[in-house]
Design a protein around this ligand. Structure first.
Ligand code: TMP
Length: 253
C-alpha cells in the first residue's frame, strides 16, 4: 500500500496530501504545546476533542457564510480540508484582557475591553510569534492592505459567532487566535479561516464558576486539561462517546 505524503508537521497537527487535488488531510495529535515549542506534553485524547470541536465551529461558520477550509471530518483524528496558502500572520481577537495584552499594557486580567481588539502576530516560532503592525505586514509583503481588511472582517465575524455559541453554554470567550489562508476560485482569490478553532487557540472562562477552561489551564495545572477540553465539548454537545475524561464540571482551560 502506498504511504500518503506528509506535507507538513506542526506542534499539534500533521497535514497530509488529500485524496483529490486541492485538498489536504489534517491529523490532530495529542501534543500539548501551550507556549510554542517551549514545553511538550502529550495530553491523551486532546487531538480527538480538538478535531471534533474544530469541526463543530467551522461547520457553524460555513453555515452562516464565513468561509473556512473545513470540508468534512474523516475519522476521530482526521478531517478533510481545502488546501490553502497560509498567510504567515496569526490574527488574535480580544474581548477581555488576559495574557500578553495584560502583561504588555498592564491591564488587569479579566478587564472588559472597550471593543473587540484585533492584533496581528508574525508566525515564527524562533521569534516567539512577535506582535506586528499593519505597516510591518505590508512593508515586508506578508499580506496586502485588502488582505488585512478581509482578515479583520473575517476575525470579527468569527468573534461574534464564537462569543455567541460560547455564551449559550455558559462560557466567556476572552480571546482567540485564527489563521487565514488564500484559495483561488476561478480568477478570484478569497480568504478563508484555516488551521483549527479549538480550546488550544482560545481563552475560555467558565461563567458559572470562576475557572479557566482553555489552554492557560495547562500552564497552571496540566492534569486538568483533558477535563477542561472535555467539558467544553460536553457543553456544546459534541463529546465523542468514547472519550470520557470529565467526571465533574470544571474549567474549560
Ligand atoms: P496571548 O495573550 O498569549 O497573546 O494569546 C492571545 C490568544 O491567542 C490566546 O487565546 C492564545 C492565542 N494564541 C495562540 O493560540 N497561538 C499563538 O501563537 C498566539 C500568539 C496566541
Amino acid at each position: 500500500m502506498a504511504r500518503r505524503k506528509k506535507i507538513f508537521e506542526g506542534k499539534a497537527k500533521i497535514l497530509y496530501e488529500g485524496p483529490e487535488p486541492g485538498t489536504f488531510v489534517q491529523y490532530f495529535k495529542d501534543d500539548a504545546t501551550p507556549v510554542n515549542a517551549l514545553k511538550k506534553d502529550v495530553v491523551e485524547g486532546k487531538g480527538v476533542l480538538n478535531n471534533r470541536l474544530s469541526e463543530f465551529f467551522m461547520t457553524g461558520l460555513n453555515a452562516i457564510g464565513v468561509p473556512t477550509h473545513f470540508i468534512r471530518r474523516i475519522n476521530m483524528r482526521e478531517q478533510l480540508i481545502r488546501a490553502a496558502e497560509i498567510i504567515p500572520i496569526e490574527v488574535v481577537v480580544r474581548n477581555y484582557a488576559a495574557g500578553s495584552i495584560s502583561t504588555r499594557l498592564g491591564i488587569p486580567e479579566g478587564t472588559a475591553l472597550p471593543r473587540p481588539i484585533v492584533e496581528f502576530y508574525f508566525k515564527d516560532d524562533k521569534l516567539d510569534d512577535p506582535l506586528v503592525s499593519e505597516e510591518h505586514i505590508i512593508a515586508f509583503g506578508w499580506a496586502g492592505q485588502q488582505d488585512l481588511d478581509d482578515m479583520v472582517a473575517l476575525a470579527l465575524r468569527v468573534n461574534d459567532f464564537m462569543s455567541g455559541v460560547m455564551l449559550g453554554v455558559g462560557i466567556r470567550l476572552a480571546d482567540f487566535k485564527i489563521e487565514v489562508g488564500r484559495v483561488w476560485e476561478g480568477d478570484f482569490q478569497r480568504l478563508i479561516v484555516a488551521d483549527e478553532i479549538s480550546p488550544d487557540s482560545c481563552r475560555l472562562w467558565d461563567l458559572r464558576v470562576d475557572e479557566h477552561l482553555e489552554r492557560d489551564q495547562i500552564r497552571r495545572d496540566p492534569a486538568a486539561m483533558p477535563d477542561a477540553y472535555t467539558e467544553v465539548a460536553r457543553r456544546l454537545g459534541v463529546l465523542p462517546s468514547n472519550v470520557t475524561h470529565a467526571t465533574k464540571p470544571t474549567l474549560i482551560n
